[in-house]
Write a protein that binds this ligand. Sequence first.
Ligand SMILES: CC(C)(COP(=O)(O)OP(=O)(O)OC[C@H]1O[C@@H](n2cnc3c(N)ncnc32)[C@H](O)[C@@H]1OP(=O)(O)O)[C@@H](O)C(=O)NCCC(=O)NCCS
Length: 220
Amino acid sequence: MSEHHHFWDGVIRKLWPSETEKFRDHLLRLDKDSRRMRFAHAVSDSFIEDYASRMNDMGAIVYAFIEGGEVRAVAELKKLGDTWGQEAEAAFSVENGYQEKGIGTELMGRVIRAARNRGVHHLFMSCLSENRKMQAIALKHEADLRFEYGEVIGEIVPIDSDYFSIMAEAMEDRVGYLLAVLDVSRARSKFKKLGATGTEGTTGSDKDAAVQKVPLAKGA
Ligand SMILES: CC(C)(COP(=O)(O)OP(=O)(O)OC[C@H]1O[C@@H](n2cnc3c(N)ncnc32)[C@H](O)[C@@H]1OP(=O)(O)O)[C@@H](O)C(=O)NCCC(=O)NCCS
C-alpha cells in the first residue's frame, strides 16, 4: 500500500435515511467514466435520481466519506433478499478529485466489517474487468476475484464476526450519530446566516479537520 493515505480532512460514517439527497448529489457529481465504472454502463441523471430515491427501500447500509458537509464517496452494502443472508452485494464510488487517496480502501474495510457482523460470507462486487483500481482495493482486502463473461466478481469471504468487530461498529455508529447531528446543526446555522446576510458562512472544513482526530476503530 502506498504512503498517500490519510491526507484527507473528512470523516467516514454511515448515512442516515434522511440523507438521501446528499447520496444523490454525490452520485450526480460522478463523471461519465466513473458512472460507467460504478453502474457497469452509462447512466443518465434521471437514472441516478431514481436509484438514489430507492436507497432506503433497498435497506442498504451506506458508508460515506464526508468533507465540508458534502458526500464525496460512498460504499453501499446491499442484501440480496428481504433479510441479511450469507450473500450480499457491495458497490463503491469515489468522486474524481478524491480518487487514489486511500478512501476506497478505507470504505471497503468498513463494508467488510459490516458484512461480517451480519453473518455475510460472500460479498459480490460486480465491476468491469478493466477496473484496475477496484481490483487493487479488493486485493488489498485479500479478496478472491473470479472472472465471468468479461465482468469481475470480487468474492470476499469475511471471517465470522466476533465481539470486538461488533463493538467496533457500534462504537463508530455512536460517533457517526454525533457527527450527523453536527452536520444538521451546521446546515441550519448556514441557512440562518444566508437568510441574515445573503452570503455563505464557513464551509465547515475546520470542524471536519477537528473530528478527523477521533480515532477510527481498529480493523475498520
Ligand atoms: C474504484 C474506486 C472505488 C477506488 O477508490 P479509490 O479511493 O480511488 O481507491 P484507493 O485510493 O483506496 O486505492 C486505489 C488503488 O488502485 C491503484 N491503482 C490505480 N490505478 C491502477 C491501475 N491502472 N492498475 C492497478 N492499480 C491501480 C492505486 O495505486 C491504489 O493502490 P495503492 O493504495 O496501493 O497505491 C474509485 O476509483 C471509483 O469510485 N471509481 C469509479 C467508480 C467505480 O469504479 N466503482 C467500483 C464499481 S463497484
